[in-house]
Write a protein that binds this ligand. Structure first.
Ligand code: NAD
Length: 419
């Protein structure tokens, strides 16, 4: 039941934020109705042979929210907490994310209700190929391009690409992004979301004139996004004092030895119990006295329940929908600056876009070029949002939504769907 409430509120939050932007823009009721709803939603139930001989039925979803600015783009999530409403909310966020950073995609998301951690490699491959086949009528390089998200990996993307290619009779590398580089993946994609989070954290600290010599950081979630963010912020000269995963966290005010922590995590399958730090809970991490807080795990982590106790000066919202709308208001009141999810974690989809472009032209770029282009695109978007925020006297989240919704509304109108 807790899961249902969480996912329902992710969709309710997405609608609330859209409505707030639509109010600022004075959007017509017709345009609002159109942009509030998803374009397509597919639910599939499919069998998977398990190693013990049983056949189990799984449920998955693929949702396309809006494709007026280009093909649908969005990750695939494997988690027991996936619901159709959550996938709809995340698909909507993808539309705004692509629009706010100005890349020519619409928004999509997919997911399977499964805990990937308890499947064998063989079961995971079987599930992935079967799911890819079930949603094959929607996905493809010109239509809808999946990518990794919570609980999915480059290997899983390679299986999806291979399944699509088997149906087509030739390699369709541009059908997914976030693949290994051996099969058309892009340099820099693996840590692109974390790199974008890092670039914007540094820009925001500059804008805020943070006086501390070594700003401190706490990162919630130590997966693809959280771990790379922690490493890159450390390399940029910040002091990462706390990280956590779903099992618990660790804190050392003098700074964590991230290389040693990574080794510990690989052996212990989690960060807890690391000798050179104190164990803390995930909730405690969110309330630490740090300069920067990076939620990089799941949605609805900072809500009206705990927002008042957040002591960070800056939140770079790496995880989608980590902060609730009620928490936004409290944090704003308390002077906490937020780089919102649709902007903060857009590095992933920006480099996914580069990967797709490279696959389509079968010509690959070097990592330095990719990082330079990523920096350009995401920093430009940050300053566009900042200017809108200052000029319209609205917070960064509302400003990001206003820019994004305006762009999607423009595309809708110019294509002939008049408001
Ligand atoms: P991941 O599966 O690689 O890692 C998730 C991490 O969060 C793990 O360390 C897990 O243990 C931890 N976690 C899960 N529940 C937790 C909880 N309740 N408390 C503390 N930690 C918890 O996933 P990821 O790809 O790093 O994605 C993380 C977030 O970033 C998601 O919101 C995702 O939508 C978003 N995102 C990912 C990408 C990408 O390219 N992977 C891009 C943009 C946004």
């Amino acid at each position: 039941m807790a899961v249902e409430l969480g996912s329902t509120s992710a969709l309710a939050s997405a609608w609330r934020r859209f409505d707030a932007a639509a109010d600022v823009l004075g959007l017509s009721d017709n345009t609002r109705r159109l942009l509030r709803e998803v374009k397509r939603e597919l639910t599939v139930h499919f069998p998977v042979h398990h190693d013990d001989g049983t056949v189990r039925l799984y449920t998955g979803f693929r949702v396309q929210h809006n494709i007026n600015r280009g093909p649908a783009k969005g990750g695939i999530r494997y988690s027991p907490d996936v619901t159709l409403d959550l996938v709809k909310a995340l698909a909507m966020l993808m539309t705004w994310k692509c629009a706010v950073v100005g890349i020519p995609y619409g928004g999509a998301k997919g997911g399977v209700i499964v805990d990937p951690g308890i499947l064998s490699l063989h079961e995971l491959e079987h599930l992935t190929r079967r799911f890819a086949t079930e949603i094959a009528l929607l996905i493809g390089p010109e239509k809808d391009i999946p990518a990794p998200d919570l609980g999915t990996t480059p290997q899983i993307m390679a299986w999806i690409m291979d399944t699509v290619s088997m149906h087509a009779g030739h390699s369709v590398t541009a059908s997914v992004t976030g693949k290994p580089t051996d099969v058309g993946g892009s340099e820099g994609r693996q840590e692109a979301a974390g790199r974008g989070v890092t670039y914007l954290t540094l820009e925001a600290l500059k804008y805020l004139h943070v006086g501390e010599e070594t700003p401190t950081v706490a990162v919630q979630g130590f997966g693809k996004v959280g771990a790379s963010t922690a490493r890159l912020l450390h390399e940029a000269g910040l002091r990462v004092v706390a990280v956590c995963d779903s099992r618990g966290g660790v804190y050392n005010p003098k700074g964590l030895d991230l290389a040693a922590l990574e080794e510990h995590r690989q052996v212990r399958a989690g960060v807890s119990g690391f000798k050179k730090a104190d164990d803390i809970t995930g909730d405690e991490l969110l309330e630490l006295p740090v300069t920067v807080l990076v939620p990089a795990a799941i949605e609805q982590q900072i809500t009206s329940r705990n927002a008042d106790r957040v002591r960070a000066r800056l939140i770079t919202e790496a995880a989608n929908a980590a902060v609730s709308p009620d928490a936004d208001a409290i944090l704003h009141e308390n002077g906490v600056f937020i780089v919102p999810d649709i902007l903060a974690n857009a590095g992933g989809v920006i480099v996914s876009y580069f990967e797709w472009v490279q696959d389509l032209q079968a010509f690959f770029w070097e990592e330095e070029e990719i990082n330079t282009k990523l920096h350009h695109v995401i920093t430009r978007a940050f300053y566009e949002v900042l200017h809108a925020s200052v000029n319209k006297r609205i917070d960064m989240r509302n400003a990001a939504y206003v820019l994004a919704v305006q762009r999607v509304a423009n595309a809708t109108t110019v294509r002939g769907i008049y408001p």
